[in-house]
Design a binder for this molecule. Structure first.
Ligand code: GAP
Length: 512
């Protein structure tokens, strides 16, 4: 199966098992908007809890808030979003389809990278143990040719990005013969700027309605509450404010499932620091955030940093944590050193003094900020795409198993009486009563045990507990572990501790 096909299968699986549905589906859906189903919402909540507790509980100097989605329109002028929150847009004249010029070029570069990695994989297979990857990359003619092509396009792209040179974006697209996937032609319009903010109005027209925006990031709700939190929480620099909430962007390209949505959720933390210490804190937050990801056990090799070559005018350092999605390494989280741009501008636009008095140095200053910003939905996609596994079983059978990190799994345990009679359901109910206060669970007594295991594998339940006739006499149940499919007999009173060890968020947090 190609990665593309695999991705389609994953999307179908997410719908079939209640993780994610297209929004407004009975009306044929709404592009780039999705709903979370009964499994998806629990996975999402577990991810949010992991982030929230890691930020606000493990750091004494980080507190959380929940600010409103609607904010004063001047905020978006101060933040620069009204003037500069734009994407470069290009249309194909034949298909009339609209694309982001930068994404077309990045996808083209991604395809070259894929070709190079395929060559390297071929070499590894051919030479086995004796394979010297560095030498292969430095000498193989196919790799060298593709690498030279990548370097040339990449250099032109970075220069165009730095100079905001849209004519050059278009020229790169034409020179590389990047065609529209629908029409197959290279018949492109000029590249134009497109503002991503959604707007609406408050108040009736008769009252003189005001134009307001749906927030495109949660960060500004933190900045405008800086003084409130610092004063009421008696916070001393360095300190952070964390927030989880919805954000809205009128994305031009609505593709890749929940990777790029028009309504999505962010988990953002602004860390307020003394000017001059930003590069030190930037490094620290890069390490901390990478550790948070790797701690989930989805393979350190599936993450990498991508330092920004073009910095926003207010930033003096920025990096992305990229994840190896089915469509290649793409941004999962951003870490930005934002200087005092936001607080400084809010001070200017609001006319309110936004400063911190440093009692040790007896001076006042506008704090600098390090921001960590991750999309909840992208994180859900990272977990689901990494989890989806098809395994061949003995006897020619196969199973689809979602190997979701156990503390994030929507359902932690399934309780199943072997048969629906002989008093087994009653004992199973007692097991449920024993477990339900600590773990999300499903009770299932329908179909064969094999079918019931498959259903739980498909939603990623780490443990299945079966009550059989022996349970009636020895008080023991069979516990089957999702990934190894190994089974063991366990006393009912020991179940809680056994499950807890593997699925608890506390264990995950302790490892950080
Ligand atoms: N406050 C900084 C900020 O918003 P960003 O890089 O534009 O920075 C941060 O967004 C994160 O939000 C991204 O790394 C990504 O995970 C998520 N994100 C951004 N746009 C998204 C979209 N259209 N759909 C889903 N997630 C998105």
């Amino acid at each position: 199966m190609t990665q593309d096909e695999l991705f389609k299968v994953l999307v179908a699986h997410c719908k079939e098992y209640g993780f994610i549905f297209p929004s407004s589906e009975i009306y044929d859906g709404l592009a780039a908007v999705y709903d979370y189903g009964q499994m998806g919402v629990q996975l999402k909540n577990n991810i949010k809890n992991y982030w929230w507790e890691a930020m606000t509980r493990l750091n004494e100097n980080i507190v959380g808030i929940d600010s409103a989605i609607f904010m004063h329109p001047r905020i978006w002028e101060a933040s620069g979003h009204v003037g500069a929150f734009n994407d470069p847009l290009i249309d194909n004249k034949d298909s009339k389809k609209r694309y982001r010029a930068d994404v077309l070029i990045e996808d083209y570069l991604g395809k070259i990278e894929e070709k190079i990695e395929k060559e390297v994989a071929k070499g590894r297979k051919k030479f086995g143990e004796a394979f010297d990857e560095a030498q292969f990359r430095a000498t193989n003619p196919n790799v060298l040719r593709e690498q030279a092509k990548w370097d040339e396009v990449h250099n032109r792209y970075v220069a165009a990005e730095k100079a905001n040179d849209f004519a050059e974006y278009r020229q790169i697209i034409i020179d590389c013969n990047i065609v529209c996937p629908i029409s197959g032609t290279c018949n492109w319009t000029e590249v134009r700027q497109f503002n991503l903010m959604f707007s609406t109005s408050v108040g009736s027209t008769a009252d003189g309605a005001n134009l307001i925006y749906l927030r495109p990031e949660t960060a500004q709700g933190i900045f405008v509450n800086y003084l409130n939190v610092q004063k009421t929480g008696r916070m001393k620099i360095p300190f952070g404010i964390a927030q989880i909430g919805k954000a809205f962007r009128n994305e031009i390209v609505a593709r890749q499932f929940i990777f790029r949505m028009r309504e999505f959720e962010q988990m953002e933390m602004q860390f307020f620091i003394k000017p001059g210490t930003e590069l030190e804190w930037f490094k620290k937050w890069k390490e901390t955030r990478m550790k948070w990801h790797v701690n989930l056990g989805m393979g350190a090799e599936n993450y990498r940093f991508h330092d920004h070559e073009k910095l926003a005018h207010y930033a003096n350092a920025a990096t992305d944590i990229e994840f190896n999605f089915p469509f290649g390494f793409k941004e999962l989280e951003g870490i930005h050193s934002r200087t005092n741009f936001d607080l400084g501008n809010h001070q200017k636009f609001s006319g309110k003094k936004i400063e911190y008095f440093d009692p040790e140095e007896n001076t006042s200053y506008t704090p600098y900020v390090i921001e960590t910003s991750i999309g909840v939905d992208r994180m859900v996609l990272a977990v689901l795409s990494h989890a989806y596994t098809v395994e061949e079983l003995e006897g020619g059978d196969s199973r689809v198993v979602m190997k979701i990190p156990a503390p994030l799994a929507p359902i932690k345990v399934a309780v199943m009486p072997l048969v629906k009679k002989d008093g087994l359901p009653e004992v199973a109910q007692k097991v449920v009563d024993e477990l339900k206060y600590d773990f999300s669970y499903q009770y299932d007594e329908k179909d064969s045990i094999g079918k019931r295991y498959r259903r739980q594998d498909a939603i990623g339940t780490p443990f299945c507990v079966t009550i059989d006739h022996d349970t009636l006499t020895d008080g023991m149940v069979t516990v089957r572990e999702r990934d190894t499919m190994q089974q063991e007999r366990v006393k009912i009173e020991d179940l809680r501790a056994l499950i807890e060890k593997k699925v608890s968020l506390t264990t995950l947090l302790r490892n950080l």
